[in-house]
Write a protein that binds this ligand. Structure first.
Ligand code: KG4
Ligand code: ZN
Length: 331
C-alpha cells in the first residue's frame, strides 16, 4: 500500500509517499520561514495562501522523485489537527478532493501522532513499548506508547509548550523568528550559571510541566536596571539549561515509573543539542536508550503523516466517511 501524506498545520507544507512494505519513497518540505520573518511570527492568512500555492507543485515533485504516479497511490493521509484552522483546511480539502477523484480512502491524522511515530522511520527504529517525550511549538507531553494508536498521556504542560517558551524568550532577548533555533545557537556562545532561573514543577511529584514562569523570570531580568544586551548569550544559556533540566528530569522519571527502557524524543525542540546531550548521558548511565527522528523529520513534515496514516490503515482502520473535510484545530 502506497500512502500520499500531506502536512499543512502551520508554516510548513510537507508531502511524502510512504510504502507500507518498502518504506519512505520520497518526501519534501517547503518552509515558509522567509514569508513570516518580517512579522516576527506566523501570520495565519499568509500561511494558508502559501499552502494553496505550494501544495500541487510539491505533490507533483514528490511523486516524480518517488518514481510513482497518482494512479499508484492507494490511500491519502493528511494532518487534520491540531493547528491553524485555515492552514489545516488547505491540506484537508486538497487531500479529500484528490482522494475522491482517485477513488482511494483518505484518513485524517493527528499531527502529534505523526511526530510521536516519526522515529520509527529511522534506520534504527525503536520497538514498542516506549515512553515518548513530545516537545513542539504547541505541545509538551510525556506519553506511554504500546503500539500504533495505543497512547497513554502521562503528563503535559499546564501552560506554555517548551517550544513556545523558547520562541517567546527569544523575542524577549531580541532575537528574530523562528526563535527556538536562534536562542539555542546563541546559548552555545554563552556560559550558564550567571542568572538564577527557576526550574518550574521540577519537584511537583507528577509528570506535568509549566514554562510560563520561566519566561516571566527572563522578562524580569531583561527589564531590570542591570540588564546589558551583551549578556544575552549567557541568559540564553541559563534559559536553555533550565528547560533542559526540567524536560530531562521528567522524562527519566517517566521511564522509572513505567519501567520502560526506551525513550523516544520528537517534535521541533527535540532538535536541541543540549537536550540530546543531557538525555543521552543520563540514559546511558541507567542502561536505557533514547531514539530521535532523522534530523530532517524532527520538524513538521509529510513523511510522519504518511507513515502514521499508512500504519493505521495497514492495521485495518478505515476512514469514517467519504469526502468529509475534517479539521480539528484544537484536537
Ligand atoms: O514540531 P515543530 O516543528 O512544530 C510544531 O508542531 O510546533 O516544532 C517547532 C518548535 C518551535 O517552537 C521551535 O522554536 C522549536 O520547535 N525548535 C527548537 C529548536 N529547533 C526548533 N527549540 C529549541 N532548540 C532547537 N534547536
Ligand atoms: Zn509539529
Amino acid at each position: 500500500m502506497r500512502v500520499l501524506g500531506i502536512e499543512s498545520s502551520c508554516d510548513e507544507t510537507g508531502v511524502a509517499v510512504f510504502d507500507v512494505d518498502a518504506g519512505l519513497l520520497g518526501h519534501s518540505v517547503h518552509s515558509q520561514i522567509d514569508l513570516h520573518a518580517t512579522y516576527g511570527g506566523v501570520v495565519p492568512e499568509l500561511a494558508s495562501r502559501d499552502h494553496i500555492r505550494r501544495l500541487p507543485a510539491l505533490v507533483r515533485q514528490v511523486l516524480a522523485e518517488s518514481g510513482c504516479t497518482l494512479a499508484q497511490i492507494d490511500a491519502i493521509a493528511y494532518t487534520a489537527g491540531p493547528g491553524l484552522a485555515g492552514a489545516l483546511l488547505v491540506g484537508a480539502s486538497y487531500a479529500e478532493a484528490l482522494g475522491m477523484s482517485l477513488g482511494v480512502p483518505v484518513l485524517p491524522v493527528h499531527h502529534l501522532e505523526g511526530h510521536l511515530l516519526s522515529p520509527l522511520l529511522s534506520a534504527d527504529p525503536p520497538e514498542f513499548p516506549f515512553v515518548a517525550l513530545l516537545v513542539s511549538g504547541g505541545h509538551t507531553q510525556l506519553m506511554q506508547v504500546t503500539g500504533v494508536g495505543e497512547y497513554v498521556l502521562l503528563g503535559e504542560s499546564l501552560d506554555d509548550a517548551a517550544g513556545e517558551a523558547f520562541d517567546k524568550t527569544a523575542k524577549l532577548i531580541g532575537l528574530g523568528y523562528p526563535g527556538g533555533p536562534q536562542l539555542a545557537a546563541l546559548a552555545e556562545l554563552g556560559h550558564a550559571g550567571r542568572f538564577r532561573l527557576p526550574r518550574p514543577m521540577l519537584k511537583s511529584g507528577d509528570l506535568d510541566f509549566s514554562f510560563s514562569g520561566l519566561k516571566t523570570a527572563v522578562l524580569n531580568v531583561v527589564s531590570g536596571p542591570e540588564w546589558k544586551p551583551e549578556d544575552a548569550a549567557d541568559l540564553a544559556a541559563d534559559f536553555q539549561d533550565a528547560v533542559v533540566d526540567v524536560l530531562c528530569t521528567k522524562a527519566l522519571k517517566a521511564l522509572e515509573l513505567t519501567g520502560l527502557l526506551r525513550l523516544v524524543v520528537a517534535g521541533g525542540v527535540g532538535a536541541n543539542r543540549k537536550l540530546r546531550q543531557r538525555l543521552d548521558a543520563a540514559t546511558r548511565r541507567k542502561g536505557w536508550r533514547v531514539y530521535y527522528p532523522e534530523p530532517a523529520l524532527c520538524t513538521d513534515n509529510g513523511a510522519m503523516i504518511a507513515f502514521a496514516g499508512g500504519r493505521r490503515m495497514a492495521a485495518g482502520e478505515a476512514p469514517e466517511a467519504a469526502c468529509a473535510v475534517r479539521v480539528y484545530p484544537r484536537w
